[in-house]
Design a protein around this ligand. Structure first.
Ligand SMILES: [Zn+2]
Length: 84
């Protein structure tokens, strides 16, 4: 496997931290929203509210998944993780 020059000779680099930070922020954003949705689900709420949360949960989940995948791919480039 050919690795980009900037990651070839190091095990970890400052971008690892950036990818991890990005992924962890995105996951926390989704988690906070989901926790709110769980709380809301125990109370009276409108269909409009339910649809609004559904859209936000979908969007934040996909953002978190993309950020997590980017982090994973970066670690694969380093040879720290095995390719899927
Ligand atoms: Zn790195």
């Amino acid at each position: 496997m050919v690795m980009p020059a900037d990651v070839k000779f190091t095990r970890v680099c400052p971008r690892c931290e950036q990818f991890l930070y990005g992924a962890s922020l995105a996951i926390r954003r989704h988690a906070t929203l989901m926790e709110t949705a769980i709380t809301l689900s125990r109370t009276e709420h409108s269909e409009e509210e339910r649809q609004r949360f559904k859209a936000m949960l979908d969007a934040t989940f996909n953002e978190a998944q993309a950020a997590w995948d980017a982090y994973r791919n970066h670690l694969v480039e380093h040879g720290i993780l095995s390719p899927a």
